[in-house]
Ligand binder design. Structure first.
Ligand SMILES: Cc1cc2nc3c(=O)[nH]c(=O)nc-3n(C[C@H](O)[C@H](O)[C@H](O)COP(=O)(O)O)c2cc1C
Length: 275
């Protein structure tokens, strides 16, 4: 089970649009070499949730975007070829309503040229009514990972993206790793509410200490399980905290919505600090 990733910084799922949105801010260097996790792709197109989908709160954002995406066929026909031509390293995030849907997505993406790896989204706050396969217990996440791994070659990266649940994260990480995940991404947005009480997920600097605690807990209990930190990464210090806690890489989400050059800057800062 390979956890080889193209580098220590990735664009978090759903926060880099289709990739074209980032290109507009990339300057002369372009987006070649960028490691982008796509927004979660489902078999059928999804229009996403009702507006407003995002609200700014102190320390971050609350979102309930509802996983809008064009569906697998359209993604394979248009978005993926564009990203591959642009030289982007593409990890495809997948989400399904059933284990069969996850398996189908994995089978078809395993044959798609240019896909570096898959990330299974088993950590979205589900009280926002996503209609996804219900993940409440570690064995639910593990059954998704197993269904995907059966269809996706064992030498290619398969990331399991878990919610940063401080009480169950070690069990979740262990179950996913045993089921075939090359690494666990910790975590997703944290269940929260919009100011009007609607359910959503909190992201941004406010959740960094929660995800960091989970990364550290997994590292301590399961030193052989590679982790990727996701939550509030916005600069060298916030990325370093995850890397120093043992994470193999970090993902940048909300910060990109404020400054689309964050990933390029962070990659340069990390490269510069190497002695
Ligand atoms: C607007 C928005 C859309 C997102 N869409 C997805 C998605 O499609 N799939 C997914 O797994 N995570 C999604 N996420 C979660 C992010 O990938 C990330 O894990 C989370 O926001 C925490 O990182 P951050 O604090 O850097 O944003 C989304 C987050 C935001 C803010």
């Amino acid at each position: 089970m390979s956890a080889q990733l193209p580098g220590p910084v990735m664009v978090a799922s759903g926060c880099g649009g289709t990739g074209r949105e980032l290109e507009a801010f990339a300057g002369a260097a372009g987006i070649a070499g960028l490691h982008l996790v796509t927004r979660s792709i489902t078999l059928d197109a999804r229009p996403g949730g009702a507006a407003p989908r995002v609200a700014e709160v102190p320390g971050g954002l609350v979102n309930a975007v509802g996983l809008p995406n064009p569906g697998l066929e359209h993604f394979l026909a248009t978005e993926l070829p564009w990203l591959v031509r642009a030289g982007v390293q593409v990890t495809v995030s997948i989400a399904g309503a059933t284990l069969g849907e996850y398996a189908d997505l994995a089978r078809r993406l395993s044959r798609a040229p240019g896909v570096v790896g898959l990330e299974v989204n088993v950590g979205a706050p589900d009280d926002a009514g996503t209609g996804l396969f219900e993940v409440r217990e570690p064995y639910h996440s593990a059954s998704v990972v197993a269904a995907v791994r059966r269809e996706f070659p064992s030498d290619r990266p398969l990331l399991a993206k878990l919610r940063p649940d401080v009480s169950r994260i070690v069990e979740g990480a262990r179950a996913c790793h045993e089921a075939g995940a090359s690494a666990v991404v910790i975590g997703n947005s944290v269940p929260a509410a919009f100011p009007d009480g609607r359910a959503g997920g909190l992201s941004g600097p406010a959740i960094a200490p929660i995800a960091l605690r989970c990364v550290a807990a997994v590292r301590a209990a399961l030193p052989d399980v590679p982790t990727v930190g996701s939550g509030g990464v916005r600069d060298l210090a916030s990325a370093r905290a995850y890397l120093d806690a043992g994470a193999l890489a970090v993902q940048v989400g909300t910060a990109l919505l404020h400054d689309p050059t964050t990933v390029a800057r962070l990659r340069a800062d990390l490269a510069e600090e190497t002695p």
